[in-house]
Design a protein around this ligand. Structure first.
Ligand SMILES: Nc1ncnc2c1ncn2[C@@H]1O[C@H](COP(=O)(O)OP(=O)(O)OP(=O)(O)O)[C@@H](O)[C@H]1O
Ligand SMILES: [Mg+2]
Length: 185
């Protein structure tokens, strides 16, 4: 990397907020976003355990038209979902267990960036250097948030089917030239 792209200091070029009341709505919102994405796009997903980052990514995958089967990749770190058509692949990363951007460099996302949409759960502070542009997406539980997650379940959270439908606030902050003239709504 020749130089670090400034991250925290620069302001987003736009921000949007979406509210959903269940997982299907979150997936539908993500699916609409997924249809707008292109190879090279970088998305960071932030939110507490169980906020809906993987649920959101499932919708993105549908919008992109990639091979289904998106699950929490906590132990695998990175999964590539190939396009079923002409569009970009989806590279889905879970950086929960990565401690430094050095470790993220080891999985060589640069290699797939140009042909894929790269989505990184827990990527804030680790992957901004991969592109001059990004969507920084935060999923918030306005109710029931703040309760401590059950210890030790982070990597085993493949199936939350028992979770009740709840409201989520999804904040999308766009950074960089890629998004300057492209709003979502
Ligand atoms: N409005 C909503 N949007 C998204 N998910 C919701 C909503 N309401 C309830 N849920 C449930 O919350 C859970 C979110 O789980 P998910 O694995 O997507 O979270 P995560 O942020 O990826 O967690 P982790 O940090 O463990 O990877 C799912 O079981 C989903 O059904
Ligand atoms: Mg997840």
């Amino acid at each position: 990397m020749s130089e670090a792209v400034s991250t925290g200091a620069s302001a987003p070029v736009w921000e949007e907020e979406i509210r959903t009341t269940d997982a299907l709505q979150t997936q539908a919102a993500a699916e609409r976003l997924g249809r707008r994405l292109a190879a090279g796009d970088l998305l960071l997903l932030t939110g507490e355990l169980g906020a809906g980052k993987t649920t959101f990514t499932q919708g993105l995958g549908r919008g992109l038209g990639v091979r289904p089967g998106i699950i929490s990749p906590t132990f695998v770190l990175v999964r590539i979902h190939p396009s079923l058509g002409q569009g970009p692949d989806l590279v889905h990363v879970d950086a929960y267990r990565l401690g430094s951007s050095g470790e993220i460099d080891d999985i060589d996302l640069e290699n797939t960036m140009d042909t894929s949409v790269t989505v990184v759960e827990w990527g804030r502070g680790l992957v901004e250097h991969l592109s001059d542009s990004r969507l920084d997406i935060t999923i918030i539980r306005p109710t029931g948030g703040g309760s401590a997650p059950v210890q030790g379940t982070a990597g085993l959270s493949f199936d939350y089917d028992d979770d009740p439908d709840e409201e989520r606030v999804i904040r999308i902050a766009a950074y960089g030239p890629r998004w300057k003239d492209t709003r979502l709504s």
